[in-house]
Design a protein around this ligand. Structure first.
Ligand SMILES: Cc1cc2nc3c(=O)[nH]c(=O)nc-3n(C[C@H](O)[C@H](O)[C@H](O)COP(=O)(O)O)c2cc1C
Length: 325
């Protein structure tokens, strides 16, 4: 039974990828995950704020014009929180040395600026592809969605323009016309789209008057939003599609493939169950396909995508009405 799939131009033996999270921080864990069959790894991102901080301190070491770096006032990075750029590149090299499967680096940022030049350093350090997290916490009433999208497209074009390795973009689900923006990213040449980022949860401690931030592990209910997102894009774009969020068991992977995903990225399920869960999922997927008379994973891909439907918006509205009634 073939579970093989193409993602970002790589031929992978199956669709299970280790997503960006704590599991790729530790080289022993990375080796265990590869032994258990991980098809590829996505490292945690290097953040724009950390890159800018390093650029600023390099600048201050060589110049004395303290007010002349435009980006200097916009960020308040906490250097304790994440590795700096040099440590990041070193970690990337160590992961690359440790495994034979593709390793994708990640950069996370939202503004136009010098941080995107790090894409080239990441490529030189051996990344097989780059995942760009374009997370923008849009909350300024004066900035339109069109402006946010224009800026993101420009970042993508800048990065695509200097790299030889494939570039995937990890998106948040918060776009008004999500499929249109995805189509523009596709036209800008992105090689893959990862749906979707998961947000931290911000609650309020009403006694202490504090914002309480948490990032709980997911469950399969997180998958549903991703299924809808991928279904809307499958068969319409050149870019390959990854589901990230809520893949825990074999049926989650089957559903993701049916809507058109080429791979599934997992973090929570592997944190909860350990590396061996990858082995289980792979066996379960082979067994499920055989039982349900699919000759390969590729044959099944996209059989539940929106491109089968003549008017997806009308289809969704009619289901919305029927469900509520
Ligand atoms: C414990 C944990 C830590 C994570 N850390 C990061 C991170 O540092 N940077 C990032 O971009 N995404 C991070 N993620 C998000 C994942 O990359 C991904 O978007 C999503 O969590 C995958 O879904 P899943 O956890 O349902 O498998 C983290 C996820 C988890 C569960």
């Amino acid at each position: 039974m073939s579970l093989a799939t193409n993602y970002l131009g790589f031929r992978l033996p199956h669709p299970f990828i280790v997503g960006s999270g704590p599991l790729t921080d530790d080289i022993d864990m990375v080796r265990q995950l590869e032994d258990a069959g991980a098809a590829a790894f996505v490292l945690r991102p290097l953040y724009e704020e950390d890159i800018v901080e390093q650029q600023i301190s390099a600048f201050f070491h060589s110049e004395s014009h303290h007010d002349s770096f435009a980006e200097a006032t916009s960020y308040s990075p906490d250097p304790q929180q994440a590795p700096g750029p040099d440590e990041y590149l070193e970690h990337l090299r160590r992961v690359k040395d440790a495994v034979d499967v593709p390793v994708f680096a990640a950069l996370d940022g939202h503004s136009l600026g010098g941080w995107t030049s790090y894409a080239r350093l990441v490529e030189h350090a051996g990344a097989d592809a780059l995942e760009l997290n374009l997370y923008h916490a849009a909350s300024d009433p004066k900035t339109s969605g069109a402006e946010v999208e224009r800026r993101m497209l420009e970042i993508v074009r800048n990065v695509k323009g200097v790299l030889h390795i494939p570039v995937a973009v990890k998106l948040s689900p918060l776009f008004t016309a999500f499929a249109h923006f995805a189509e523009q990213l596709d036209a800008a040449g992105v090689d893959g789209l990862t749906l979707f980022s998961r947000f931290h949860r911000a609650d309020i401690d009403v006694k202490e008057l504090e914002v309480v931030r948490t990032f709980p592990l997911s469950d399969s209910s997180e998958l549903l939003l991703r299924l809808r997102g991928v279904a809307a894009l499958a068969g319409r774009l050149r870019a390959s599609l990854a589901v990230s969020g809520g893949v825990h068991n074999v049926l989650d992977a089957v559903k993701a493939t049916m809507v058109g995903a080429h791979v599934v990225q997992m973090v929570s399920a592997l944190v909860r169950n350990g590396p061996d869960h990858l082995r289980t999922l792979r066996c379960d997927l082979e067994a499920w396909l055989a039982e349900n008379e699919w000759s390969s994973l590729e044959k099944m891909r996209g059989n539940m995508g929106f491109d089968r439907i003549s008017d997806p918006a009308a289809y969704e509205r009619s289901h919305f009405r029927m469900t509520l009634q």
